[in-house]
Ligand binder design. Structure first.
Ligand code: FBP
Length: 250
């Protein structure tokens, strides 16, 4: 049994993702405000998120503030830059042991389902999952179909496959993308069985559209959202967080 702690509230979840500095780079994602990891921590705390997601370097350099905030931490254990070419692979940059020492509430790991390097990532995940479960730490798998055979990564086939792989390999939560079709997502949630499903926010869209999607996502049976850019790129992130919170936990 994993220890969910505050990661779930009545089975629902709202996570604030901030791994985009590594995944996408500051130029395309950040401004003077949101370039600062502490700005994100403030949103996570005041916006009452169930957790904030950081990579190792930020966890180490801002550990005092993160601990003081009491916002549960999801420690992301692998990552890659957008400059990588060819079939995608995400390199492991931290261990379960480091996450434990940092007081993390869960660990996160990305798998590019369909990549030529898929088996390497699944193998690495297996070890992480075993180590994390040995200390009751939940494991969240970012399940992103990608690679030569993946024509549409948000199709019904791909999102349900990604979710199912997460269940089969022992993830406690899968983070998948929403393609805009609620029925497809319903099927993906069903395919994930007892593994919880949270949805990524994606590139920044209009507030109305974002909240509309969130409503559909919740109706589809997902546990919640693990969102980044749509929140911390917004001019009023706390107002939007409140609206999102009402949709997720209502
Ligand atoms: P967003 O809500 O900003 O899309 O964040 C979700 C996320 O999964 C991040 O955790 C991650 O950095 C990013 O999306 C990866 O997106 P992609 O691999 O499609 O560039």
């Amino acid at each position: 049994m994993v220890n969910w702690g505050k990661l779930l509230k009545n089975g629902k979840a709202m996570y604030l993702a901030y791994d985009q500095g590594l995944e996408h780079g500051p130029e395309s994602e950040f401004n003077d405000l949101n370039v600062d990891p502490l700005y994100i921590l403030k949103i996570a705390k005041e916006g009452k998120y169930n957790a904030v997601i950081y990579h190792k370097g930020i966890v180490e350099k801002y550990s005092n503030e993160i601990k003081k905030s009491k916002v549960p931490l999801i420690f992301k254990l692998n990552g890659k830059t957008k400059l990588q070419s060819g079939e995608p692979i995400s390199a492991q940059i931290a261990t379960v042991e480091e996450a434990k020492k940092a007081g993390a509430a869960a660990v996160g790991y990305t798998i590019y389902v369909g990549s030529k390097y898929e088996s390497k990532m699944i193998e690495q995940f297996e070890q992480i999952q075993r180590e994390a479960h040995a200390i009751n730490l939940p494991v969240i798998a970012w399940m992103y179909p990608r690679g030569e055979k993946v024509k549409n990564d948000v199709s019904r086939e791909m999102i349900s496959y990604a979710a199912r792989v997460g269940l089969e390999i022992g993830a406690d939560v899968v983070k998948i993308k929403y393609g805009g079709n609620a029925k497809d997502l319903q099927w993906a949630v069903k395919s994930a069985g007892r593994t919880k499903v949270v949805i990524a926010g994606g590139t920044k869209k209009g507030e109305k559209e974002f909240l509309e999607d969130a409503r559909e996502i919740m109706k589809s049976g997902a546990a919640g959202l693990a969102v980044g850019r749509n929140i911390w790129k917004n001019e009023n992130p706390l107002e939007l967080s409140k609206k999102l919170r009402e949709i997720i936990f209502e």
